[in-house]
Design a protein around this ligand. Sequence first.
Ligand SMILES: [Zn+2]
Length: 232
Amino acid sequence: MCSITIMERETIIAECHRLAAAVAPELPTLYILGAPPDGMPAPSHSTAWATPQHVEPFTKAHLESRGAWRGPAPAIVLQLDRLLRECIDPLATFAHELTHCLPARPIAEPESSAAAVRNGQRYSILWAELPADRFADGPEPWHSDHGDRFIRIFIHVCHRAWEHDFKFLAGGCAAGERYGLSHLLKYAAALDDEPQRLMGSTFAEIEATPVPQAFADLWAADVARYTNGATV
Ligand SMILES: [Zn+2]
């Protein structure tokens, strides 16, 4: 069943940690798991996910049991077995999930009462067991924070990663047909040289910088097109 050795899994996770440190040194701690934490069912609807602003109880218990808990911090879970089986690049997937964690935001200490932990676990199990097609007739395809803000940060993440010699393809990880939007390259062109100009900025500073007009126009046109029922 398992197509990936422990060594391969550790190598990929170490590479993801290196990427995060190079791209976003503002994130002091980031947990990266190569499979769902102990006790959580493997969701069929997601090959990876991030918890940027809350501590998921199964993840906390998993880290504590391995002596790896360092306090509240964002966590990224990659279903590495499945990603590799489906020929999806783990590094590109990680760049997507890392984008969800940026800019760095404070995370409160999780409630530790037995009832709070139980409720949190119940929520996680419900989420994990949602059907794969749960949004088939649901909201816009860029729901769950995959809109203009996400696309902009993702382009910066990729630019920085590539500048540090990480090699992965980003198509399909933001914007494009999958999200009912123009291709990622079109958004990158609309950002112009912003990723290069703001290489030394934190992601909070990037978000505080007015977005180039061409980028805002492209986003507005995509949303209007989608709302009017036309395809890209
Ligand atoms: Zn996402």
